[in-house]
Design a protein around this ligand. Structure first.
Ligand SMILES: NC(=O)c1ccc[n+]([C@@H]2O[C@H](COP(=O)([O-])OP(=O)(O)OC[C@H]3O[C@@H](n4cnc5c(N)ncnc54)[C@H](O)[C@@H]3O)[C@@H](O)[C@H]2O)c1
Length: 349
């Protein structure tokens, strides 16, 4: 039986990956200690996902270990190293705003935690495929240097040069990243180096908005989940900056898990891809509100805040050309409308 180690196994991406690889008949080893609840309070609690994993996956074993704790992590690798075929690293401090007040904690989790995992992979299972969830925030706010205009309920770029979306060719230098963006750059480059320099089978995926109903969405992270929950539960939702015209591309975590599968089948060394909903799945905040209201048959209570978040993207659509070229058998299933409809259904129960 093949074996996959998934960090952040109770989070959005981690839990979806656990279920996906269960269906591929893998044994699942999780690393999860509910740090998300510590970061974001009760609404960030991932216990629901964790309990579902325990209940629904026979071959699931979770270690309540912090990825910052190298000694405890090493014990996990010593115990599990035999036939560890795949490592999917999703555990992170995922929010810009949280990193503003907690820079050391952010860097320790995102950069040092990733280095611990890479080091132990090299030491104990150097043939395993290693996939790291990076972020489009490694490009900082550079996309905002482009010019946009309003069209309907969203921004669109003025220039045709970015028609296909943002590719891996965008520079990561000379823009504002936030501490979160910077700690992810550090981890991102480390993962590349363990591929290029040490020869491990590493891949970096720079995500746009990753989403799905399993997200414990909070105001500081997981915008679509937080927005739909606010709608369904009649709670006020703050539209922060840009009058809600900012555009996000939304990739369902299940579509992302299918990417992991294709990378596992055809790994690379130090590869980097931008991954997101792309042209297939994107919406502005105003459009997301429109669809949440339509599917839930509720009117949202909105508060418009003029000042945008520091460095917040005005527009992001991922150019998926590189990933699709290398993995032509990957098929995207979920549009943003489908994702919102699914969330409304799940959160209304
Ligand atoms: N969700 C997005 O929109 C998005 C976008 C781009 C990139 N990403 C990246 O994808 C990855 C997964 O994101 P997600 O949305 O599933 O996040 P998530 O917060 O839902 O899941 C991460 C999980 O990691 C756990 N965790 C955090 N710190 C830990 C630690 N020190 N030790 C052990 N476990 C720890 C948390 O408890 C949480 O359950 C992250 O690396 C994130 O930066 C997410």
């Amino acid at each position: 039986m093949k074996k996959v180690l998934i960090t952040g196994s109770g989070g959005l991406v981690g839990s979806e990956a656990c279920f996906f690889f269960r269906d591929k008949k893998f044994k699942i080893i999780g690393i999860e200690n509910n740090t998300r609840k510590k970061f974001f309070g009760k609404a960030g609690d991932i216990s629901k996902n964790y309990n579902a994993l325990k209940k629904e996956i026979k071959n699931f074993r979770n270690y309540n270990v912090d990825i910052r704790d190298k000694n405890k992590l090493e014990k996990v690798f010593q115990r599990e190293k035999k036939k560890l075929d795949l490592i999917i690293h999703c555990a992170a401090q995922p929010s810009h705003d949280y990193s503003y007040d907690n820079p050391v904690e952010d860097f320790n989790v995102n950069a040092n935690g990733t280095l611990n995992l890479l080091y132990l992979t090299k030491k104990y299972c150097k043939n395993a495929v290693f996939i790291f969830m990076s972020t489009n925030k490694v490009y900082g706010d550079r996309v905002n240097f482009l010019k946009f205009k309003k069209k309907g309920m969203r921004f669109i770029p003025k220039s045709n040069s970015i028609k296909k979306g943002v590719s891996e060719l965008m520079s990561i230098d000379n823009s504002m990243h936030s501490v979160f963006g910077a700690s992810k750059v550090a981890a991102d480059v480390l993962v590349q180096e363990f591929g290029k320099y040490y020869g491990l089978k590493t891949t970096v995926l720079r995500g746009g908005c990753l989403t799905g109903y399993r997200h414990a969405g909070v105001p500081l992270h997981g915008f679509l989940s937080h927005l739909v929950k606010s709608c369904v539960n009649n709670k006020k939702y703050n539209v922060i900056g840009y009058s809600g015209l900012q555009v996000r591309d939304n990739l369902h975590a299940n579509d992302l898990a299918a990417m992991f599968w294709h990378i596992y089948l055809k790994p690379n060394r130090g590869a980097v891809y931008n991954v997101g909903g792309g042209k297939f799945s994107n919406c502005s905040v105003l459009e997301a509100i429109k669809y949440a209201e339509l599917y839930s048959k509720k009117k949202m209570k909105l508060k418009f805040i003029k000042k945008p978040r520091k460095g917040d993207h005005k527009w992001w659509i991922t150019d998926m050309t590189k990933f699709k070229k290398d993995y032509p058998n990957w098929k995207q299933q979920y549009t943003s409308k489908m994702i919102i409809a699914e969330m409304v259904k799940k959160y209304s129960k």
